[in-house]
Design a protein around this ligand. Sequence first.
Ligand SMILES: [Zn+2]
Length: 291
Amino acid sequence: MSYVIRGTAAEGSIRFFFADTKDMVERARSIHNTSPVISAALGRTLTISSVMGLMLKGENDILTVRIKCDGPVGGITVTADSKGYVKGYAENTDVDLPLNKFGKLDVYGAVGNGSLSVIKDLGLKEPYVGQVPLISGEIAEDFTYYFTASEQVPSAVSLGVLVDVDLSVKQAGGFVLQLMPDCDEELITRLERRLGAVPSVTSMLEEGMSCEDMAERVLHGFEPVVLDSVEVGYRCSCSREKVSTALMNLGKEELTDILETDKKANVHCKFCNTDYDFDENDIRNMIAALG
Ligand SMILES: [Zn+2]
C-alpha cells in the first residue's frame, strides 16, 4: 500500500509530507513497461504529484503536472486528485542510458532542459497555471524551485526511485517540507544544515523505515508531529462507457463521417494503456441513440 503522512514541526513553522509510493510507482511501471531511468523519472513525478494532490483544498480539485523537455523521455504528464490518487505517462518509455557519474539512474539525461507546468483545476472558470523552467531535470530540485518561485512557499523536496535487478520498482518515495510565513532565519539555517546530513529517501526506505520513521529521522530536533496518514495510489477511471459518451459528444455529423470513412473507432487511454474499440454496429447504435 502506498501512503503519505502529513504533519507539522518546529511548533507549526514547518509543514511536512512523507510518502512511500513503491506500489504506486510499480503499478505505473507494469502498465507502461518503462525502462529503469523512465521508471525513475515518471515515479518521482507521480510521487510529488500525489503529495501536491493532497495539498488541494476542494474535494473535486484536479491537478495536472506537465514536463515539457528536450531529453529522450520526450515529456511527462501526471494528473492527481485531492485524495492523492494519480495517473500518468511518459512520451517515451524505453529510454536506456548509462548510469550517471554518481552511479545513479540518469534522470537528467532522460529529461534534459525544458519547463515544468502545474495546472490546477479548482472548479473556477479558468484553471490556475504555474510554470517554471526546469533548473535541474532531476525532478525534485525542479519542484523545489517551482514551490519557491511560483507559489512563493520556500520548500525542500526530496524524491527517489530504486529499480531492482528484475526492473521492478524496489523502493519509491519522497518528502516535502514547507516553511510557513514569518519563520525565523535561525530555523531556516538549522533546517538547511539538517537536510545536508540526512540520507536519501531510497536508502532510508531500504533500511526498512516507514514514513513516520523518515519524519523522525529527517526532522530530528524539530519535534515533528504527525497529523494523519492517507492511502494513495495509481488509478485511472476511464471505462468503455465514458469513452462511448465522449464519442457521442462528437455529434451525429462527426459520427456519421467516422462510419462512412473508417467504419470503426479506436480510442487509446494513455494513462492505463487500454484500447477501446468500437465497430460499425457500435457507431450505428450511437447515432441512433442521438435521435
Ligand atoms: Zn485509462
